[in-house]
Design a protein. Structure first.
Length: 116
């Protein structure tokens, strides 16, 4: 997935969007580096259009979602719950999670993940 880089003195540029097979859009930010990455995590913007269900995701990394706008249904390890703008969700390693947008506007969230 292509990404753009920025300098330490500037704003982090918008990521290049990557349309996922499910119809969701993931844009991973490239954080500035000097000799080592500036942060020990990955930062991404994730957008799920109305009517779209993201692919089920399960991975070693821990993850936090900061929901910016929209609402939908999140399924975590087979249990479904409502997700709305303003919420923050945390996923421990190897927890299967999936997002379905049952609303009329895109769900936009910021995802931060890191290795345990």
């Amino acid at each position: 997935m292509p990404t753009r880089t920025s300098s330490l003195t500037g704003r982090i540029p918008e990521p290049d969007p990557d349309l996922r097979p499910s119809g969701a859009v993931l844009g991973i930010f490239t954080l500035p580096t000097v000799e080592l990455p500036v942060a020990p995590f990955t930062l991404a913007r994730f957008t799920v259009p109305p009517g779209v269900t993201s692919a089920a995701d399960c991975h070693e990394v821990r993850e936090i979602w900061l929901v910016q706008s929209g609402a939908g249904l999140i399924t975590l390890d087979g249990v479904t719950d409502r997700l709305v703008a303003g919420e923050v969700r945390y996923f421990e390693s190897f927890r299967t999670h999936q997002l379905h947008n049952d609303g009329d506007e895109p769900i936009e969230l910021v995802s931060i993940w890191w290795r345990p």
